[in-house]
Design a protein around this ligand. Sequence first.
Ligand SMILES: *Cc1c(COP(=O)(O)O)cnc(C)c1O
Length: 524
Amino acid sequence: MNEQGRPTRLEGAMPTPSEVRTFSGHRGLDHDEPLLFESGRPGHCGVDLPAPSLSHDRLGGLAREGAIGLPGLSEPEIVRHFVRLSQKNYAIDTGLFPLGSCTMKHNPRLNEKLARLAGFADIHPLQPQKTIQGALALIEELARWLMVMTGMPAVAMSPKAGAHGELCGLMAIKAAIAARGEKRTRILVPESAHGTNPATAAAIGFSVDAIPATPRGRVDVAALKAKLGPDVAGVMVTNPNTCGLFEDEILAIADAIHGAGGYFYCDGANFNAIVGRVRPGDLGIDAMHINLHKTFSTPHGGGGPGAGPVVLSEALAPFAPLPHIVHDANGLRLVEHEADAREEGLNPFGRMVAFHGQMGMFVRALAYMMSHGADGLRQVADDAVLNANYILSSLKDVMSAPFGDTGPCMHEALFDDTYLKDTGVSTLDVAKALIDEGYHPMTVYFPLVVHGAMLIEPTETESKESLDRFIAVMRGLAGEAKAGRTARFTGAPYFAPRARLDETRAARQPVLRWTPPKPAEAAE
Ligand SMILES: *Cc1c(COP(=O)(O)O)cnc(C)c1O
């Protein structure tokens, strides 16, 4: 409603959008979008090309004989299709994105501007190295910031995501164990771990042994110690952990694993909660990945690739993958070959990527660090923790926070579904109802250590006003569920073009290829 003129929204008289069936199938300006293959017509083309005048082809009999089967569409039809699809994206640029563990924070536009500078964006990895000295200097400077912030002596820059960083860290551990002439096959992983932790360990042939959580939501150190033995290669601990809690016995964990001859891998996906406050190198950690796309705000999800550099302790540094950067008489140089690395006394386990890593993300991450400065980065962690605690304390009287009485949380607030008991409403229903309220749902059913988990990570980039609006919605939904008004949940989302997808069937029997309808069906 505007303040002076006529009302911009009719009160009362309008049916709700879910009651209106439109002739077009569209909902207002939100179009029901068919596949290009469904809307295309054979023979149409967006461009007007002359027939090729070559009298013979040079394809040696490999020329296509049948029609290629591309959908026939005009240029405006294609443009509209992709623009409409892009408008269906919910993004951090459209609203609060409370996905716990994912750290969906604002991507500063300054970073985007710097990443587009021609000297970074338009160079090619196969250019002579003397022509890309600036780019190499940027990688080196970013590496230096990462080592200073973590208090670690080395960093492998090339891994392209958190999970890829885990692979890098565990391969370094495997190489270090092999270099000692030992055979260790077991990795200890807490029950609350992100799925990538056990998956990574299993992918390179370790067996995974789960460690239970204590009633305080931390690693059960006694249970961990009981599982140690000469076959244990290492432990993977997330700190702060996926319940949003600091592992306060981390020094004891480090001592125990080192005492048993294993290595300490830390999942650093939640570094955004402690950056500038805690140096992982002081905690006895041997390897930790840093998700630049979480802590240092580079775009992720649909918005961009990840980057997962791995900081390494003295013990693991020699095994870091190629390439790495050195200074020599001609300036900066990438060391690409194992023989060259051996001359430096190193023993790389191999290489993980074709070139050097995600250059565009390196530029954005360093821009973020330098524009915040050391004091600003500490403020990032402080504000992320403050915002999460504001959510926790504003919701824990109407929802149920399993560890809400063990003290403040770190960067994310964890709830379970106890408050929904006997209401007929599930965690999934609450997530779907949030879509109708204009929010991307929080992370649900993770971590696995609590029942019906809802994990909310506001990040430091939300204002108090934005958090207050979200809190009001969550309180409203909790009240409706407890009052037995469940219709808004069970069919939600009502206002989205698609409602409840059969996600299990989509995962188990994915239809990856469009096939033309059979003529009989088409005639119906
Ligand atoms: C995001 C995340 C990962 C995986 O990182 P990707 O960059 O998505 O591969 C691993 N562990 C935790 C705790 C995470 O939050």
